[in-house]
Design a protein around this ligand. Structure first.
Ligand code: GAL
Length: 980
């Protein structure tokens, strides 16, 4: 009979018992037995329901279920129904009472058992059992013997199993608790998920192996020399063939002449080996120096500009268990989108991710698994960060992160955690880390005194304030004694540009500030990926679930979906926009001076790895293109070059009247890189050589409308004589057009800081406009329709004149000149100003000349360029996890909306119109909670807008900048309609 289990560890402040000292993550040729796979599993509702004696070797688990290890147990069974509990999402609020260190009795408890056979040749000596991550607290038995317990979900824990291990068959039993004292330290804004979610392995550490080592690889940019010393806790020999180090004392120090430093742009790693009597350990060494000097963050002597993202670990099917492919996909996508830095929000990632960052090149801010945000909701009363009883737990987390990751060249800053208030435990963590690793910087955002950090860091700062910080004119610190120190510090935005739903808008203005103030070292977009969970509707259609979809009584809705990539890692338009906003090489095409200016914001590389090309297009049709020799521009410098002769000649060539001529200059990879093939575009710029020109006033002989019964006919069009509504166009049945001022609110409209703009729209009644016809007047020159549009109860309105015209010389063309003018004072910015109409559902394809290929709004226009594009109606939609306004194509000059047979409508605008085409209405988008709620209507809805409200990132950050606010104002739209 086994002893009853004492569960005192569960609600103890202690980080764990029976554990090994933390050490670096490394591989070696010493044997490892991977224990991933199917384990026996039983989920108990709480401790009283747990299986008695489950840890005994002879326990009968034949009636239990099985589960994958590693995995989060709540996701087992999805996208169908979860088999074990259910995921729950909260942002700040703890999903249990604030009663530290206690947790509710209803504490789901996962019991795992796994039988394994020790390989015959397993060496004698020590063997460790290593868990890379178990959420949130666990105890472990091998063959019935208790090994110990642990907390700290996103950190490794090792136990010495030497005495408990048997030859042949062994039984491992692990009891995992969803809630524990540790949960109070893990209140990150994410799904609450439990279980053994990272790999488990048996690791042989026979005599003569190394417990730990610390690689110090410094680079002196002034001399170009490096210094290498590897501190080992037992005798070892070091070999690094490329550096001429053979079988040497690892501690050195080895002074190395002329080596290539490691940087995100040039991630040079030197392969080496540490050899002891017991094993050979491969090393990948990157030499670099990171420091703060004269108030700036320098890497290898040069200032750093972070083009960063905050990365949570996420997969829509497996939660926080990531495959190697997931991690590689993240790294490749980041590199391909000009991203150079990652903050591992808000916990150390699977260490395989850091291996990839070393190899492909990303600067990493490694963040500790610590957040106590929910205490902020009670005024930080009882915050563990400032309570002595939690000191050891906090220190333990910091030690385990630093020790595990200390040999990664990519890690340049340690972050104490996120949103954990301030207090003495954070200070103790900082002090310990500085003592252990003085060669890296320390980051923590939550203490604005910055008394124990090396950088000043804030989140979601508004543009004006950021400019002040850039000029070192920031507000005085909470503790004035710290002011001078903080004012001298470099600054980063550890979170900004909240990427929830459609957006973020206003990226370029942030980038302008970063690039004009040396103190500002850039920032990290919040965040990389939407944490949506893949689910299926009863009829088998897939969508992504968010907070509340699993019946959680307390939750934060879709605030968990705020990434630059969708849950399945498809890039969202926000990522494309970010790529352009942060392009490391800025190209300016000067059409007057006929030069191209190249300004490099690269850190290390000159531009020799890039190939520059130019292209000239008339109305989107290629006229000529060629490569263009740009002598290498050194990092941080600029060059101005005259246009190549061929470009000048082409620009001066005759063109068809009325056509727009544009020149595009691109910078692309000249050679294959490990992360993208040759030809991958890095940066581009466009400039107009001719046009767009305002259309010449019509010179034809205008036709007068002809009344027949209750209809007017005018050229290809038929109008209702009473309402003035366009009914058909060359036989194509139309509804409208009619004035539209509203859009389905975006996440930023719905949650705007300082008062949601969507609420103001609803209050004002933008979504329920009433239309009154003031007059339908036939003229010799066309048909004039005047309307007044206003919401119920409002004394403000829009007065709209529709002038419909057609010429005798071109009777197939119908022209609309629409003038809308506000009457009275509108209480809020408008969503859009334009018209909406409906066309037959047979319309399938849109070909347009304008900005594209992606969606764009007034403050998300960096990534789109002038050209000819084509897309199916379905492809024009962006499937934001919460349906909302999307898919707008800006500055469209001409669009063909066609059916399969090529019939349909040609829309022309003078000069431009914003265009959206979809199979559902704004109201449908607004009502839908998930993408699967959107069902095509038997109509195609077309919006033609003169203007849109900007996007911003107000769901968590500053409101839309004033220049992008759509204040009610008079607009004119000139649009032509013609059947195809
Ligand atoms: C920050 C926090 C993040 C996330 C974000 C909003 O305050 O650090 O974890 O919650 O806000 O999405």
């Amino acid at each position: 009979m086994s002893e009853p289990i004492a569960h005192d560890y569960l609600e103890s402040f202690s980080p764990g018992r029976g554990r090994e000292a933390p050490r670096a993550a490394f591989t070696s040729d010493a044997p490892v037995l991977d224990l991933s796979g199917q384990w026996r599993f039983h989920l108990a509702a709480g401790l009283p329901q747990a299986a008695e004696g489950f840890q005994a070797a002879g326990f009968d688990d034949s009636g239990w279920e099985t589960i994958a290890v590693p995995a989060n147990w709540q996701l087992d069974g999805l996208p169908g129904e979860p088999r074990f509990g259910a995921p729950a999402y909260t942002n700040q609020i703890y999903p249990f009472p604030l009663d530290p260190p206690h947790v509710p009795d209803a504490n789901p408890t996962g019991e795992y058992r796994r039988e394994f056979t020790l390989p015959g040749q397993w060496p004698g000596g020590r063997t460790l059992l290593r868990f890379e991550g178990v959420d949130s607290c666990f105890a472990v038995w091998l063959n019935g013997s208790l090994l110990g317990d642990g907390k700290g979900s996103r950190l490794p824990t090792e136990f010495d199993v030497t005495d408990a291990l048997r030859p042949g068959r062994n039984i491992l039993a692990v009891r995992v608790h969803q809630w524990s004292a540790g949960s109070y330290l893990e209140d990150q804004d994410m799904w609450w998920l439990s279980g053994i979610f990272r790999p488990v392995a048996l690791v042989s550490r026979p005599a003569g192996t190394l417990a730990d080592f610390f690689v110090h690889a410094d680079y002196d940019h002034l001399t170009g020399q490096g210094t290498l010393s590897v501190h080992t806790e037992a005798p070892a020999r070091l070999t690094v063939p490329e550096l001429g180090i053979t079988d040497a004392d690892p501690a050195g120090p080895h002074r190395l002449r002329r080596l290539d430093p490691w940087s995100a742009e040039q991630p040079r790693l030197y392969d080496g080996e540490l050899v002891t009597d017991g094993e050979r350990i491969p090393l990948r060494i990157g030499f670099r120096r990171i420091e703060v000097r004269d108030g700036l963050i320098l890497a290898n002597g040069r200032p750093l500009l972070f083009r960063g993202v905050n990365r949570h670990e996420w997969n829509p099917d497996t939660g926080r268990t990531l495959s190697h492919e997931d991690m590689l996909t993240d790294v490749l996508l980041m590199k391909r989108h000009n991203i150079n830095a990652v903050r591992t929000s808000h916990y150390p990632p699977d260490s395989a991710f850091l291996d990839l960052c070393d190899e492909y090149g990303l600067w990493v801010v490694d963040e500790c698994d610590l957040e106590t945000h929910g205490f902020g909701l009670v005024g930080w009363e009882g915050n563990p960060s400032d309570d002595r009883r939690w000191r050891e737990a906090c220190l333990d987390r910091m030690r385990r992160m630093v020790e595990r990751d200390k040999n990664h060249a990519c890690v340049i800053m340690w972050s104490l955690g996120n949103e954990a208030g301030h207090g003495s435990n954070l200070e103790a963590m900082a002090q310990w880390a500085k003592g252990r690793d003085p060669d890296r910087l320390l980051h923590y955002e939550g203490d604005d005194n910055c008394s124990y950090t090396d950088v000043y860091s804030l989140m979601y700062v508004e543009y004006g304030e950021l400019g002040l910080i850039g000029r070192r004119q920031d507000v005085v610190t909470r503790d004035p004694a710290q002011d001078a120190r903080r004012r001298a510090m470099p600054f980063i935005l550890c979170e900004y540009a909240h990427a929830m739903g459609n957006g973020p808008g206003g990226l370029s203005e942030y980038q302008d500030l970063f690039e004009s103030h040396p103190r500002l070292h850039g920032g990290f977009v919040w965040e990389w990926i939407d944490h949506g969970i893949r689910r299926r509707t009863p009829d088998g259609r897939e969508h992504f679930a968010y907070g509340g979809d699993f019946g959680e009584p307390v939750h934060d809705d879709n605030f968990v979906c705020d990434g630059l990539v969708f849950p399945d890692r498809t890039p969202s338009p926000g990522l494309t926009e970010y790529k352009k906003a942060v392009e490391p090489v800025r190209i300016t095409v000067d059409t007057t001076a006929r030069t191209v200016r190249v300004r490099s914001h690269l850190h290390t590389l000159d531009t020799a790895h890039l190939r520059f090309c130019w292209r000239v297009e008339d109305d989107g049709q290629l006229q000529g293109d060629a490569e263009f020799a740009v002598p290498p521009v050194a990092a941080g410098t600029a060059a101005e070059l005259p246009w190549p002769e061929a470009l000048t000649t082409l620009c001066d060539a005759a063109r068809k009247e009325g056509e727009e001529r544009w020149v595009t200059v691109t910078a692309e990879l000249a050679r294959d890189e490990p992360w993208a093939p040759a030809g991958h575009e890095i940066a581009w710029a466009q400039a107009a050589l001719a046009g767009p020109e305002a259309a010449a006033p019509p010179t034809g002989r205008p036709l007068a409308p002809v009344r027949t019964g209750d209809k007017y006919a005018l050229g290809p069009a038929v109008f209702d004589a009473v309402s003035g509504t366009l009914l058909s166009l060359a036989g194509l049945r139309t509804d409208g057009p009619r004035l539209d001022l509203w859009r389905a609110p975006t996440d930023n409209d719905l949650r705007t800081w300082g008062g949601p703009v969507a609420e103001a729209w609803r209050k004002a009644g933008l979504d329920r406009l009433e239309h009154r016809v003031l007059g339908v007047r036939p003229h010799d020159t066309g048909l004039e329709v005047v309307t007044r549009t206003a919401p119920a109860g409002a004394d403000f309105a829009m007065r709209t004149e529709y002038r419909w015209e057609t010429d005798a010389e071109d009777p197939g063309q119908l022209r609309l000149t629409l003038t809308a003018k506000p009457v009275g004072s509108w209480p809020c910015p408008l969503g859009r100003i334009g018209i909406r109409m409906a066309l037959p559902q047979s319309i399938e394809t849109v070909d347009w000349f304008g900005l594209g290929p992606g969606e764009a709004y007034s403050d998300t226009t960096s990534a789109v360029r002038v050209g000819r594009f084509s897309a199916d109606v379905d492809e024009l939609q962006t499937p934001y996890v919460l349906p909302q306004e999307n898919g707008n194509r800006r500055e469209v000059r001409r669009a063909h909306l066609t059916d399969r047979a090529g019939g349909g409508l040609i829309i022309t605008a003078s000069p431009y119109v914003d265009l959206t085409v979809r199979r559902w209405t704004s109201a449908d988008l607004d009502n839908a909670r998930h993408t699967t709620d959107l069902r095509p209507h038997p109509r195609v809805y077309v919006n033609l807008d003169a203007a849109h409200q900007g996007i911003g990132s107000g769901a968590c950050g500053p409101r839309v900048q004033p220049q992008y606010e759509l204040i009610a104002r008079p607009v004119t739209l000139t649009i032509g309609f013609r059947p195809c």
